[in-house]
Design a binder for this molecule. Structure first.
Ligand code: ASP
Length: 591
């Protein structure tokens, strides 16, 4: 019998119909077991697992194979003996009886098991990221990311958008974070900045007449380290000429719905719910509301008018508000649970939490009994639907502070009750943002989005209290996470100059930093607007994961270090000399 040329297959493709075929497979030894003198290997590649059966008397090397060794095997496909099929594996009906084996490379014992997703210390995983990436959940997440981003490209291409790259070595763009700075060797003493976003370039692409631009853009922000942040991240960045706010919103809804369908098979209903910024704060205590569950906040100040409860009476007299929400079925909680919730509210900044539990056998509360009048209970029932069986939580503070604290408590209670189901996707838009905010630390006026955002109709005169001005700024939110922000931009150089002046930029600084943009606006800049969405976050929510590091092939750790390549590091003195730089840090004192 002549031996036919083997067919090269992946480890994921063999089915029962292939029985009798001669095949060649290459991959990694996922596991190896010795059963009654035969060696069973699960061979793994990106596409799946295939069981190999090897007789070590014929192929001696088989006995020496260890996890993660790389081999090529040839053999005959056959059905597994009845009763030994593995339903969990797509190739589980068959096995390959190996007649030739080549060891392509050996592996040291990996520092953690590759074939399972068991808990492993994250620094070890990041140091050996190339091994971590072989593990099933990261293989899945990276594949998901590929499909999601491809869906974005396909969709936007079909909508007439051009994908255009913008430079990485630029000058500062104010997005509210610190820039990463790159010294120029050819221009000693001068520096580039890495883009915080392609913001100004995409606006210039509109001046350049491209009308519809997008980019899967890498952005860099030198912010303080925080749990779920990366110093470099990816945005779906887009810009349109002549759009209304509704046009940008419609393109983005289409992009997201298509992305979720193509990558996850999830049908996301459009249009998304729209809330004004004020409504989001009033009803959810957040500008990124989680709409997967109810428990809306209520301002119940009126119900407490004339209350005997001194703390609330004093708060109302001081012009503060009483904001709360009802947890349906919450009356079942024990006093200990209520005390724990009060402690949590304290961590969120509450000066105190008032709870009322309305059980069938009576009402319990942290308020004195005398304050729990029938009148109050009736008023709370009418205002907030507070019924028998429910608990209600109340916070008194300046209105917005009370809303923010109650909003955090709302999420906490929802977490406890398992109401934040990661398999549900509740999108919404938050609209009608203020144009400016006060910086919490410096008290200075800062843009709520960025200084290129156009004021809303009615706010264009820029007269009156700047904090009352509204912007044509929109955020898209999913499950309580901000996915991205955008705005209609200023295209009139005079208006742009006025905004810079309100923000305290001197005319010289404006000229130096943004002269090119203002000049471009003098040459027929079209009205334009756009948005940018964080890809890492979207993939995180799609994957139902805990950390954006699980969505990025080579992320930095929480201290923004790359533990695999060891970055950042010191550079040779010769390089510093070429750059005309002197480092003013004692090497032994470096953290
Ligand atoms: N450049 C903005 C950002 O990165 C998004 C935008 O306004 O399009 O948040």
């Amino acid at each position: 019998m002549s031996v036919s040329q083997p067919r090269r297959v992946t480890c994921g493709e063999l089915r029962a119909q292939a029985s009798g075929d001669r095949v060649e497979l290459s991959g990694w030894v996922n596991s190896s077991r010795d059963h009654g003198g035969l060696i069973f290997i699960d061979l793994r590649d990106r596409f799946g697992l295939t069981q190999l059966v090897i007789d070590p008397r014929a192929i001696g090397e088989a006995a020496s194979l260890r996890a993660e060794d790389v081999i090529r095997a040839t053999g005959l496909v056959r059905r597994r003996p009845a009763g030994t099929e593995n339903e969990k594996l797509e190739t589980g009906e068959v096995e390959v009886a190996v007649d030739a084996l080549t060891v392509l490379n050996r592996s040291k014992t990996p520092p953690f098991p590759i074939h399972t997703d068991g808990e492993v210390d994250e620094s070890l995983r990041l140091r050996f990221r190339y091994l971590d990436l072989r593990r099933p959940h990261l293989q899945r997440n990276i594949a998901l990311r590929h499909r999601a981003v491809k869906a974005v490209r396909d969709y936007l291409d079909a909508q007439g958008f051009f994908e255009i790259e913008t430079p990485m070595l630029i000058k500062q763009t104010p997005e509210g974070a610190r820039d990463f700075i790159v010294p120029s060797r050819l221009h000693p003493g001068d520096f580039y900045a890495l883009p915080q976003s392609p913001q100004l370039f995409k606006q210039l692409l509109m001046v350049a007449g491209f009308q519809r631009y997008f980019q899967i853009a890498r952005c860099f922000r030198d912010e303080d380290t925080r749990a779920d942040r990366q110093p470099e991240f990816t945005q779906i960045d887009l810009e349109m000429a002549f759009p209304t706010q509704d046009d940008v919103i419609a393109v983005m809804e289409g992009t997201l719905a298509n992305m979720f369908f193509e990558a996850l098979g999830e049908k996301v209903p459009t249009p998304f719910v729209r809330l004004s910024h004020a409504q989001a704060l009033a009803e959810y205590g957040s500008d990124k509301p989680d709409l997967r569950f109810g428990m809306k906040l209520q301002d119940v100040s009126a119900a407490f008018a004339g209350t005997e409860f001194k703390i609330f009476a004093a708060a109302l007299a001081a012009g503060q508000a009483i904001v709360g929400f009802v947890e349906s079925g919450g009356a079942r909680r024990s006093r200990r649970e209520f005390d724990a919730l009060a402690a949590t509210a304290g961590e969120f900044g509450a000066k105190g939490l008032v709870w009322i539990a309305r059980a069938a056998d009576g009402t319990k509360s942290s308020m004195p009994k005398t304050a729990l009048t029938d009148e109050l209970m009736g008023a709370l029932e009418r205002a907030a639907g507070f019924s028998v069986g429910d608990a209600m939580y109340l916070v008194a503070d300046a209105r917005e502070a009370a809303q923010l604290i109650a909003g955090k408590l709302r999420l906490h209670v929802a977490d406890e009750r398992g109401l934040r189901d990661p398999r549900r996707f509740a999108f919404c838009w938050v609209l009608d943002f203020p144009l400016f905010e006060r910086d919490a630390e410096s008290g200075a006026l800062t843009p709520a989005h960025h200084p290129f955002t156009a004021p809303a109709p009615g706010s264009e005169s820029l007269q009156g209290d700047p904090l009352q001005l509204r912007a044509q700024h929109y955020d898209v939110v999913l499950n309580g996470m901000e996915l991205g922000s955008g705005s209609i931009r200023i295209h009139d150089p005079a208006m742009q100059r006025k905004i810079f002046a309100l923000l305290g930029y001197s005319p010289e600084e404006v000229e130096r930093r943004f002269g090119f943009l203002l000049e471009a606006f003098e040459y027929g800049a079209p009205p334009h607007g756009g948005i940018a969405l964080g890809v890492d976050r979207i993939i995180l929510l799609m994957a139902g994961g805990q950390s954006i590091r699980e969505t990025i092939a080579f992320p930095k750790n929480q201290r923004f270090q790359d533990l695999m390549i060891d970055a950042p590091t010191a550079v040779e003195p010769k390089i510093l000399r070429e750059l005309h730089l002197r480092v003013d840090v004692d090497p032994v004192r470096r953290p």
